[in-house]
Write a protein that binds this ligand. Structure first.
Ligand code: GLV
Ligand code: MN
Ligand code: MN
Ligand code: MN
Length: 400
């Protein structure tokens, strides 16, 4: 049944719904530190101001709004990210931030005053859609990625992360991180587990280990009409084989492999390509399976490159190890919310922060089960249920 919180969710949601929306696909183009994402960051500041929450930055592009002493210890952090994948869904990221503001409103309306400081966060470049490394903001804050490496990452137009940020990133901020005693990220579910469980909200148990590998295949660019088939050194063949091999090897192992991005040079219909670059996204329930999968694809690629007369190099761009969320915390929240506990194959800033502090994730049901696509969905009532769940969790964590 729709209620007042559903309507308030909708009203706040509608404030950001048009920002960065592509009229053609209906999906979002909210790349980190580009105009739409900057507009959302301004919206974050305005929402914080409206609630009397001072905002601080960590020098890495991450924003924090503070209910309680910004310097206070043992703070509970909640939030997510604004950036999207190309033509991504509306909820992946922003749902966690909008819900955080509404959870503050719920707690205040109920007369709750946190004993521990409560901090709302917006992390930068979670998707890695602009600079290639996912969870860039949280990796910088925690020191999982060196500031120098992040500073030099470049987008497709050649703009570096440091240029986009307007400064060299600050990198690890242990003194700031040390003030957080727990992190809770609310996120739209990116699969069908909650639909199957008939539950509006779930609690995460783990994130599969996953990573990104770039494979550059170099051959010989040549004329499509005059080059005999036997004379070709065509990197597209090697690339196509790699895609099929990744799919096969993943299926054999019960893992996931995706090649969702490719670049072709010179990208002409009537030329044998000179170079094809593909990006493999691979994920599995355990690290051994993931390593086995990637090694098998590497081996098959090398073998195929020999046959095609091409040269292939594989570069590991990022790897996120298995994240087992704090089991005690997940259990406590699952009992509190009477919610199912489920693992996920999707990466999150919570996965990076889980290595540093007790961390939990709440998922909100997605009726389509589709994500990283305009078809991603959530009902207003389920989002309201998510806000209520988040408010209960924050009360539980900040008041004792
Ligand atoms: C981020 O959403 C990822 O899992 O790729
Ligand atoms: Mn995502
Ligand atoms: Mn996300
Ligand atoms: Mn993600």
């Amino acid at each position: 049944m729709s209620d007042d919180l559903s309507s308030r969710f909708r009203a706040l949601w509608d404030e950001i719904a048009p920002v960065g929306r592509d009229a053609g696909s209906g999906g979002y183009l909210r790349y980190a530190l580009t105009e739409p994402e900057t507009e959302l960051r301004a919206w974050f500041r305005a929402q914080a101001r409206r609630r009397g929450l001072p905002v601080t930055e960590d020098g890495n592009g991450n924003l924090f709004a503070h209910w309680g002493d910004p310097e206070g210890a043992d703070a509970v952090l909640t939030g997510s990210h604004f950036d999207s994948v190309p033509h991504g869904g509306a909820y992946d990221g922003p749902l966690g931030i909008v819900s955080a503001f509404l959870a503050v409103d719920e707690l205040r309306a109920a007369g709750v005053t946190p004993v521990r400081p409560l901090v709302l966060g917006a992390f930068v470049e979670e998707e890695g859609a602009r600079f290639g490394v996912p969870c860039l903001g949280s990796r910088l804050l925690t020191g999982a990625l060196a500031a120098d490496r992040a500073a030099g990452l470049r987008d497709a137009a050649g703009v570096s992360f440091a240029e986009a940020l307007g400064d060299r990133p600050a990198g690890a901020r242990p003194e700031l991180l040390g003030r957080f005693g727990a992190f809770v990220e609310l996120h739209v579910e990116q699969g069908r587990a909650l639909v199957d469980a008939d539950a509006a909200v779930g609690v995460a148990s783990a994130i599969w280990p996953h990573g990104r590998w770039r494979f550059d295949v170099v051959g010989e660019g040549n004329h499509a009409g005059t080059t005999r088939m036997a004379d070709r050194r065509d990197p597209m063949l090697t690339y196509a084989f790699a895609v099929l091999a990744a799919n096969k090897e993943a299926r054999l192992r019960g893992a996931h492999a995706t090649v969702g991005r490719v670049s072709v040079e010179p990208n002409a219909t009537n030329a044998v390509p000179s170079r094809v670059t593909g990006w493999l996204d691979a994920r599995a329930a355990d690290p051994e399976t993931l390593t086995g999968l990637v090694d098998a694809v590497r081996g098959k690629l090398a073998e195929r490159a020999r046959r095609d007369g091409t040269e292939v190099t594989v570069t590991e761009e990022s790897v996120t190890p298995l994240v087992a969320f704090d089991g005690g915390l997940a259990k406590r929240l699952a009992v509190l919310l009477e919610a199912p506990v489920l693992p996920t194959g999707a990466g999150h800033d919570a996965g990076v922060l889980a290595a540093q502090l007790p961390t939990a994730m709440l998922f909100v049901r997605n009726p389509t089960g589709v994500s990283h696509s305009p078809a991603e969905a959530a009902t207003d009532d389920d989002c309201a249920a998510g806000v209520r769940a988040l408010a209960r969790v924050l009360e539980e964590l900040t008041c004792r």
